[in-house]
Design a binder for this molecule. Structure first.
Ligand code: NAD
Ligand code: FES
Length: 295
């Protein structure tokens, strides 16, 4: 069992937990995710790692209830446990695994949207600890939905907060802040954008205009996180990739976001999964157990 050492409600709809999981904490790196299971019959829930403490053997997860299993997770309190915590899974961010001297020469911009602030934080923190202070834009609908502000402030070069309704920080969506920063004379060699799919799509359209290579995290389309279900299939340039095994991070300028978002909707129904199986043939894994996949 994996004890929950701290369970905190960050705001109306976002929850943070610190979980004792020494093996995951020992090996994980920013950009990777883990899978939690509440009990024997529980669904596998893939969640990006928000922070880790190798000495304490703990990992921090931040989540928003989006279905029955994550809703059930919201009832867990300090002292409760998960039956299983598996990880680390997926590939670490390429800014973390790449040549550090090259990374130090780069001007990096992170764009975090809503709950996507959680997976951005460990990357910015790791870079800060290795002498790279990146600029960070954090966007949320309204002031109450901003998370991890103090933590981010401590590790970011410059932190730009924005709210859609102008209730805190700058006013407008994250893409407006990118435009404003470039107009103010800022130059970036790379952008990392993590948040809702629609935000990542529009960030990529914006950064493409300014010729800023952009990395995105395709966590939102994962279902089982193991390469079995086929839910996270996506087109990256002319290649077919699976977010959970090939990613979760990809070159955002090569991703077909419209196809990924449409597919995500289709995958939610049995009929949609059957249609995907028909269209995708052998590249549809079918591990969801519902459509028969490519058997
Ligand atoms: P949200 O809808 O409140 O959006 C957050 C911010 O994104 C907004 O404040 C805005 O600045 C920006 N944004 C939204 N739509 C935009 C658009 N059309 N153009 C430009 N900017 C736009 O975010 P939320 O409700 O906290 O997000 C929940 C989503 O985040 C879930 O769907 C979840 O799957 C996703 N998520 C993604 C990751 C990841 O790894 N990519 C991680 C955690 C959560
Ligand atoms: Fe990637 Fe299921 S989430 S195949």
């Amino acid at each position: 069992m994996y004890s929950i050492l701290k369970a905190e409600k960050l705001n109306e709809n976002i929850y943070l937990m610190i979980v004792k999981a020494p093996r995951v904490a020992k090996h994980c790196l920013p950009g990777q995710f883990l899978i939690v299971k509440l009990d024997e019959k529980g669904e596998r829930i893939p969640l990006t790692i928000c922070d880790y403490d190798r000495e304490q053997g703990t990992v921090t997860i931040v989540f928003q209830p989006v279905g029955a299993s994550t809703e059930a997770m919201t009832a867990l309190q300090t002292g409760d446990s998960f039956m299983d915590v598996v990880g680390p899974l997926g590939n670490p961010s390429e800014l973390i695994t790449g040549d550090l001297e090259e990374t130090r020469k780069k001007k990096i911009l992170f764009v975090a949207g809503g709950v996507g602030t959680a997976p951005v934080y460990p990357q910015v923190k790791w870079l800060h600890e290795h002498g790279v202070d990146a600029d960070v834009i954090v966007g949320a609908k309204t002031k109450d939905l901003i998370i991890l502000e103090k933590e981010m402030e401590a590790v970011a070069g410059n932190l730009y907060i924005t709210t859609d309704d102008g209730s805190y920080g700058r006013s407008g969506m994250v893409t407006k802040v990118i435009e404003d920063l470039v107009a103010e004379g800022k130059q970036y060699d790379v952008c990392v954008s993590i948040g809702p799919m629609i935000m990542m799509k529009f960030c990529c359209l914006t950064t493409k205009k300014f010729d800023i290579p952009t990395i995105v995290s395709m966590n939102p389309i994962m279902v089982d996180g193991t390469g079995m279900c086929g839910a996270c299939r996506l087109s990256v340039g002319d290649e077919i990739k699976f977010a959970c095994v090939d990613g979760p991070e990809f070159d955002g300028h090569l991703i077909d976001f419209d196809e990924a978002m449409k597919r995500q909707q289709m995958y939610k129904t049995e009929e949609g999964r059957a249609l995907l199986r028909l269209r995708e043939g052998k590249t549809h894994h079918g591990g969801c157990g519902n459509c028969g996949g490519d058997n």
